[in-house]
Design a protein around this ligand. Structure first.
Ligand SMILES: C[S@@+](CC[C@H](N)C(=O)[O-])C[C@H]1O[C@@H](n2cnc3c(N)ncnc32)[C@H](O)[C@@H]1O
Length: 615
């Protein structure tokens, strides 16, 4: 018996006990073998000890400011002085600890702070950003998380732009996007607090900056055709709009509307700020690249720029600054391209060096298959950051396509690209890169090499599923949460209780299928006159054979890849009904197997319905 509560430890304990028993009772050990085993055991123990030490160090590094802040507080140092004192230590980290001298503060206090900061395993830029996020708001009382920019993006941009040019961020916030770049830096922001904060921020990094409070959209004539690079993460979202005619009358991207999203106007504004051949790096929500209603924006981009790159950023990249939507980094060169035949660098970024789903996005360190941390040749922990490789790929692309405005390097590495002509093949000019990536294209080629067809060939068209509820009639309604692939539940409701999304009426053998990225749930409807949410796509198979082929394919990886690759949009990335119908499926499937599954589902459904009716 063991008192260990963790199943993993229990397992290890069991194996260890069995092994010891085996050695003592059954196996006569070869002389010297015991030593080997003991050494191995010791090595394992040491490895585990080292791992625990690193975990402690990571934890300490994550909380180093809280520890220091508390310590300084306990020593009677006020908040503003704490900030200055830590700033002083950071700027003197490379100097001899014994020479530290700060106001009349006792040397032992300085030494304590110095040791803690020196002992952290995060780099200096991260230390400074954290210091800024921790104390910067004492000046303005503003929540700084709203300005948070992952520094790995700034570091990536630094590796791509040419140094010592003119750079502007016209929606700068605290200016973190440009903080790593060397050159002539201008920051504009409508908020005077942001301007003040950006000055403090750049001061911490010992960087020169011209930071001005300005409404960048209203001042549409200011500094046009001047900058080599415009780099920004504009405010976006359908609620962040302006109806100010003094702004709208001066932009074409208002699209003749009385109100427009700031993020869209900022794209036009940033292009105005650039010299010819200047380059724009702009963070945009997925909806700008894929939503049908933003086609005018994509047309504008194609007409006024050469698209150099589209990088899909991982979900949660800007979650700390309040943007839960999927984002992309667009790289556009101000150039009117006559012949629309050129390559665009594309990349799906999975990791940017932070654990994006955790509070305060701690740094993400690489671990091996044994759950041990991985070190580089200098014995530093390896950070999981795709940008290291993507910057090299983009430099290679830049070399191969002679892009003078971006850094070039020929290291013969491969990358993915799409020709603009492929974007033109889609009537909505979709720029979401899923459908242009190799993973998707390989799936299509593989299906094209075997017997296949499109989903649309197996379905009946032009069916009107729409439905208007009668107030007091009773319905069985299925919402997304009630679809437990391949079965479904459903609630009985009267007309007035139905939610607004209860829009479709389906019948037996219809297939309902989720449109959402990352959630491929589906069901075969087993009875007539069921109401379903419009959050699900409805397919009406032509016949039983078509139903079974469709059903079988919904389980296939190939279907999954296509479904995920074709999703577009921001808040909830979705696949359109039209794209679902174009999905390729394999048509040689073991029909009999799926017929049996279908029959079983049918009987199960009947049995369950009978039980529910009885209850
Ligand atoms: C998403 S934040 C930018 C965050 C920034 N990249 C950072 O690292 O801190 C957008 C910024 O745009 C500013 N902004 C909004 N409308 C503006 C306008 N018309 N002119 C200038 N700045 C504006 C906001 O004050 C906010 O600081």
């Amino acid at each position: 018996m063991t008192t260990l509560s963790c199943p993993n430890c229990q397992r290890v304990f069991k194996i260890q006990t069995e092994y010891d028993k085996h050695i003592q009772e059954t196996c006569k050990p070869i002389p010297g073998m015991k030593d080997v085993f003991n050494k191995l055991k010791l090595k394992k123990k040491e490895e585990e000890k080292r791992k625990q030490k690193i975990i402690q160090k990571i934890k300490k590094s994550h909380n180093f400011l809280t520890t220091i802040d508390q310590y300084l507080h306990n020593n009677g140092i006020n908040r503003l002085n704490r900030f200055d004192l830590i700033k002083y230590i950071i700027h003197n980290l490379e100097n001899d600890k014994n020479n530290l001298l700060y106001k009349k503060i006792d040397h032992s206090i300085l030494s304590y702070v110095y040791d803690i900061i020196k002992d952290t395993i995060i780099n200096k830029s991260e230390i400074i950003q954290r210091l800024f996020m921790f104390y910067g708001n004492s000046n303005t009382k503003k929540d700084l998380d709203q300005f948070y920019t992952p520094l790995t993006i700034s570091q990536f941009i630094k590796k791509i732009v040419l140094p010592n040019k003119r750079y502007i961020d016209p929606a700068a916030g605290t200016g973190d996007l440009l903080i790593e770049i060397d050159g002539n830096i201008t920051l504009w922001d409508i908020s005077s607090e942001a301007t003040e904060l950006s000055k403090i921020n750049y001061g911490l990094f010992n960087k020169k900056v011209t930071s001005v409070t300005k409404d960048s959209l209203l001042k549409f004539n200011c500094k046009n055709n001047y900058y080599h690079y415009s780099i920004l993460n504009p405010p976006f979202g359908t609620k962040t709009t302006t109806d100010n005619p003094l702004i709208l009358d001066n932009y074409v991207l208002t699209n003749s509307k009385k109100k427009q999203e700031l993020g869209i106007l900022f794209i036009e504004r940033s292009i105005q700020l650039l010299r010819n051949n200047g380059v724009l790096f702009v963070i945009v929500p997925g909806g700008y690249l894929g939503n049908n209603q933003n086609l005018f924006l994509r047309n504008y981009i194609i007409e006024n720029t050469k698209i150099l790159g589209i990088l899909k950023l991982p979900d949660g990249t800007f979650a700390r600054s309040g943007t839960g939507v999927g984002t992309n980094l667009l790289i556009l060169k101000k150039e009117k391209v006559v012949t629309k035949d050129y390559s665009i660098f594309i990349s799906e970024v999975n990791d940017i060096g932070y654990e994006l789903n955790k509070k305060h996005t701690p740094i993400k360190y690489k671990k091996n298959e044994n759950d041990h941390f991985v070190f580089d040749e200098d014995n530093n922990l390896v950070i999981v950051n795709d940008f290291n490789h993507i910057s090299k790929q983009l430099q290679q692309f830049s070399f191969d396509h002679s892009i003078k405005e971006l850094q070039q390097n020929n290291s013969n590495i491969t990358y993915e690209s799409v020709n603009i002509k492929e974007i033109f093949q889609n009537k909505y000019l979709i720029m979401d890169i899923g459908r242009y990536l190799k993973k998707y294209k390989d799936t299509i080629s593989q299906l094209q090499s075997i017997s296949h067809q499109k989903i649309r060939n197996l379905c009946i068209f032009g069916v009107d599923y729409s439905f208007t509820p009668s107030k007091n009639k009773t319905y069985k309604y299925i919402d997304i949460s009630e679809v437990n692939t391949p079965l479904y539940n459903g609630k009985t409701m009267i007309g007035t209780q139905l939610p607004g999304r209860a829009k479709n009426k389906v019948k037996k053998n219809d297939i309902i299928l989720s449109r959402l990225r990352g959630n491929i749930s589906f069901s075969i409807i087993m009875e007539d006159d069921i109401i379903v949410t419009n959050g699900m796509c409805v397919l009406r198979p032509k016949d039983m054979n078509s139903l079974l082929i469709l059903f079988a394919n919904l389980y296939q990886t190939n279907f999954n890849i296509q479904h995920q690759s074709l999703t577009t949009g921001s808040i909830l990335e979705c696949i359109s009904d039209e794209d679902i119908l174009d999905i390729l499926i394999e048509d040689t499937i073991p029909i009999d197997n799926f017929q049996r599954i279908y029959d079983s589902m049918n009987s199960l459904h009947k049995e369950l319905s009978a039980i529910v009716a009885y209850i």
